[in-house]
Design a protein around this ligand. Structure first.
Ligand code: C2E
Ligand code: MG
Ligand code: MG
Ligand code: MG
Length: 285
């Protein structure tokens, strides 16, 4: 199918079915290879605790350094990983790498990782998390799992049992992209979540919309009513930050707080805060 407009020639090309299948299979093979050949990378984004005025945790976010296509973001390969089951291997890699790197670089901070909905329908999640924590020596009390609401919907009994076992180990659970899923509020009572992360689509319009502010204020209130720790995602400017402080949000995350970056870079950004505390301690003596 081709269309001419002015001097530009736009060509819309629809690969036929068999070609799509071949491309998919190639991509699947490439991803399988990537996990083994060390082409995956992790970046980390700080989560800032308002009360203590300190970075409380980092979230691990995966990237794929593809030999031909360059650096790929999760939306370009996580769906494929989920459909092919490769997500299990990918997640195992993410958990172990992130736990090890944190133990070496920022052992005082908590860590959150993203676990896909499909992993809550596949047996073995409890053992896999346990193994990553044990192999790295990472304390479960500093480990948080982010899942979307939809994770608990398809097989609620299995998901609930997995969550119970992981919680018994000391692991915490956060609802990611809160407000965008299909779950009803009753599931905040049914599932043992520790916190919610308000999706950035609610936070971003706050700076120029009163109704957006009211919605976020009430979502924070709702989280508090269920005794949940509330993180706001997508904090991009100081207005949002100030409003969220006013609404008594617990944790802030977003480009204004810090962009996803290699762990060494996060540590360097942390250093001034640490030395300020050290100076304060010295001044007191
Ligand atoms: P998420 O867990 O909701 O992660 C937050 C996403 O928002 C990240 O995109 C982050 O870079 C982006 N972000 C952070 N602050 C801001 C901001 O202030 N403004 C805007 N506009 N965006 C911001 P990223 O890294 O592309 O990740 C996208 C999604 O991919 C994640 O959403 C998560 O659901 C998924 N993902 C990432 N890593 C993994 C992983 O290891 N396993 C699984 N299963 N999913 C992952
Ligand atoms: Mg997340
Ligand atoms: Mg999110
Ligand atoms: Mg997301």
């Amino acid at each position: 199918q081709a269309k001419t407009s002015g001097h530009n020639l736009w060509v819309f090309y629809q690969p036929d079915m068999s070609e799509q299948i071949v491309q998919r299979r190639e991509m699947e093979q490439a991803l399988r290879e990537a996990i083994r050949a060390d082409q995956l990378r992790l970046v980390y984004q700080p989560r800032y605790d308002i009360k203590s005025a300190q970075v409380y945790a980092v979230e691990a976010l995966v990237r794929w350094q593809h030999p031909r296509l360059g650096l790929l973001t999760p939306d370009q390969f996580i769906p494929l990983a989920e459909e092919t089951g490769l997500i299990i291997e990918l997640s195992d890699w993410v958990m172990l790498q992130a736990c090890r790197a944190m133990q070496q670089t920022l052992p005082e901070l908590a860590l959150s990782v993203n676990i896909s909905a499909s992993e809550f329908q596949t047996p073995g999640l409890v053992e896999r998390v346990h193994s990553a924590l044990e192999q790295s020596g990472f304390p479960p009390s500093r480990f948080e799992i982010e899942v979307t609401e939809n994770a608990t919907l398809k097989a609620p009994d299995i998901a609930l049992e997995m969550m119970r076992q992981l919680k018994a180990m000391g692991v915490r659970f956060l609802i990611d992209d809160f407000g965008t899923g299909y779950a009803s509020l009753s599931y905040l009572r049914t599932f043992p979540f520790d916190g919610i992360k308000l999706d950035r689509s609610f936070v971003i319009p706050m700076a120029d919309s009163e109704s957006a502010c009211l919605i976020v204020k009430n979502m924070i209130g709702l989280g508090k009513a269920y005794s949940l720790n509330v993180t706001a995602e997508g904090v991009e400017n100081s207005q949002q930050q100030e409003l969220l402080k006013k609404y008594e949000c617990d944790i802030l995350q977003g480009y204004y707080i810090g962009r996803p970056a290699p762990l060494e870079q996060i540590r360097e950004q942390q250093a001034p805060a640490v030395s300020a505390r050290a100076r304060l301690a010295l001044a007191k003596n």
